[in-house]
Design a protein around this ligand. Structure first.
Ligand SMILES: [Zn+2]
Ligand SMILES: [Zn+2]
Length: 136
């Protein structure tokens, strides 16, 4: 884990704030800090960070450590804008590709639009933006 602002290593920091610059983070909030891979390999490029983030969650749920790269910013970490790429450790690449293929297999049918205005691909059951469940 790294501070989003200054890059300070915050593994094991329990105060909820970066000891270096004071930026607050929450270990339960993936977007509040940056997580690094020791041997990164890109396994997917998504049209939006939202899509990449949802894949990242699916990978994490399967036990694969994954991060999202903001293509516009070129930073490996969670970002808010532009396209997103999913990175995993090289050792997890095969498993990650399987999980992403399954994800893509479920991704058939109609895109849907959340009440908050976010448009989602069919595989999404929950809005990544506001956490509202898919209607219907
Ligand atoms: Zn910091
Ligand atoms: Zn929403």
């Amino acid at each position: 884990m790294q501070c989003l602002d200054c890059g300070y290593a915050i593994d094991g920091v329990r105060s909820g704030a970066c000891p270096e610059c004071g930026r607050a983070f929450d270990p339960n909030e993936r977007e509040s800090y940056r997580r690094l891979l020791h041997d990164p390999v890109r396994v997917h490029s998504a049209g939006s960070v939202g899509v990449a983030y949802t894949m990242c969650v699916a990978l994490e749920d399967a036990g694969v450590h994954a991060v999202v790269e903001d293509i516009a910013g070129g930073v490996i970490g969670i970002a808010e804008h532009g396209g997103g790429a999913v990175w995993v450790n090289r050792a997890d690449e095969k498993q990650a590709e399987q999980i992403i293929a399954e994800f893509a297999g479920r991704n058939r049918g109609q895109a849907w639009t959340c009440a908050c205005g976010e448009v989602h691909e069919p595989a999404f059951e929950i809005c990544w933006n506001c956490q509202a469940p898919r209607p219907g």
